[in-house]
Design a protein around this ligand. Sequence first.
Ligand code: GLC
Length: 697
Amino acid sequence: MNENALSKLLTEMTIEEKVGQCVQLSGDYYEVSGEITGPKSNEDVSETQINNVGSVLGVFGSDVCRKIQKSHLENSRLSIPLLFMADIVHGCNTIFPVPIGLGSSFNPSLAYESSKVAAYEGRQQGIHVTFAPMLDLAVDARWGRNMETSSEDPKLNAVFAKEYVHGFQQDGLNNKNTMASCIKHFAAYGMVQAGREYNTVDLSRRFLMQSHLPSYQSGVDAGAKMAMTAFNTYDSRPCTGNKSLLDDLLRKQMGFDGVIISDWGAVKELINHQVAADNYDASVQSFNATCDIDMMSNCYNTELIDAVKNGGVDEALLDEAVMRILKLKAELGLFEDPYNQINDEVALLSSESKEVALQAAQESIVLLKNEQVLPLRDNRVALFGPMSNSGDLMGPWSWHGNENDVETNKHCFIRNDEKIKFVEYSPAFNISAFKDVDTVIFSGGENSFESGESNSKVDINLNQSQIDTIKKLKQIGKKIIFINYSGRPTVLTEVEPYCDAIIQAWFPGTMASQALYNIIFGKYNPSARLSMTFPRHGGQCPISYLEYQTGRPKEQGVDDYVSKYIDCENTPLYKFGHGLNYNNSEITNINYSSDYISEKENIKIDVDITNNSEFSGDEVLMVFINDVVSGLIRPMKELIHFDKFMVEDKHTYSFEITLDDLKYVDQDNNRLIEPGVVELFIGLDSNNLVQKNIEVR
Ligand code: GLC
């Protein structure tokens, strides 16, 4: 349906029908069980109101979506089809690594490939829009939702954002391989104070622009069709009712022209935030802020008609919102065929999809420590630990991933090598079970209910009984290979000395076990680098590599009055960008085309790399800067470029940096840099960097 036809349709709609388009309800209002991802609502909604509703969230499956759509169209006066939306974040039926894990791959093409598979599986099962990618910056390891985003780094987040959106949407929405993407949560949800879920956020506008906006801007530029408001506040106003944030910044300054939807119940929550007196007030503020759809608070449903009739909301604004929603339905081809792309024979968990999932898992798993024990040659090996026989390897927000489709470590490892001995986990284990093995693969960490939404923690230490078990095994002379599953950085400081190898698995998804087997036994050379800092102690949170020098840097201090703790190092246990592999490649030479950089003169850089091992493998090259003197404080290291490539024996990697790569932003999002010295750091991981000073002219 073209724009003229949509405009004509709009003129035929009553106010009640227009408001209905701005309402989203969960499946239980359609007598089907669906995902309930927020406080249950017992608000009454009349049948007439349900017949006017514009979209449904959380239901899934060809039959269910077809049935609801059919019934809706029979009762919709103007036959305006429903949109079906859902949280297909890191896979639909084939589950990929949680995004914080995929970010550790430093391979954005995996974001494209994984979301392309997710769109293929989801669209044919009735879902038009996915509430993904989540683009919030990961800031505080105590927060449960770090698992859902790509990184603590703005650059990495922004590069992955573009690929996720392109993977979901590709080159058009009217086909079975695509879903509309809804970027979320605008904005800065990761900055919740104390890492506590749904807590207040307070940050400077400049810091929002510098660190949080790049990923959202990247999602907008990639053509995301929707954006979701964050539960939190920005600049002392809830995001959902914040016109300056949604209309002035997201729409007008950043160029977003799609549909804005609230998060679950967030319109009504303006009352809890104590900036709205009642549902009417909350509705007027949110709608005038240009939040088009009210997800599950029922405020628009009950208040918006009156608001339009008595001038609280201009009908012209309502028409604009409804037009955006109708356009999205038209782009999806729903007016021509409301059941388009639904396919009862969709190929789920195909071998091709699982191959993508295996590659993504392998590239996301980070080798944190290896005391010459991996790849494992020993054949007197036991597999043990609370996660060793678990299907809970997909992590939170795994939508319709099914544990029955996930091969456990036990099944996979023994299928690949029947000599591996499986020992049923119990903290009170009998050491005699290990008398005939030399090496124990301990599969542990968090389960997937310890992270994700509403799962913040104050104690992010590895579970004490797992630490004690590993210590006991070490004390009887076993080599320990520790597989750490987690949806956040966890504190491994106490267990680290007892482990000969530590593998950060995150939650690798459907193909977790095969990926881990391949890494441990050398069939895949690990290539990941941490996308988020691992604290030495939970009390260091929030901790990030993007830290500032301060006026009394510890490194420069000659006396006690420096920026430090009296009971802990400042440094993390593992840095952002840390990761080991089996090939000990090294940078043997770097050639710079110039020592100067300006608007007109870029610097071309050639990096010679030699691989001194029999293992070939992917390497990640990272480029950081430190702006020695700047108009505003800047972190001591900022990632400006990264890439991943195969290194057989020798390899020269060439790239170019521009002056814009070095710039920072002011509070109006203007990019700038002053003349002077900028330190350039180049390395294959963040612990081994080669420095070169260049001059900005
Ligand atoms: C949840 C989440 C959001 C999700 C939405 C719909 O509360 O905050 O990320 O997309 O509700 O499930």
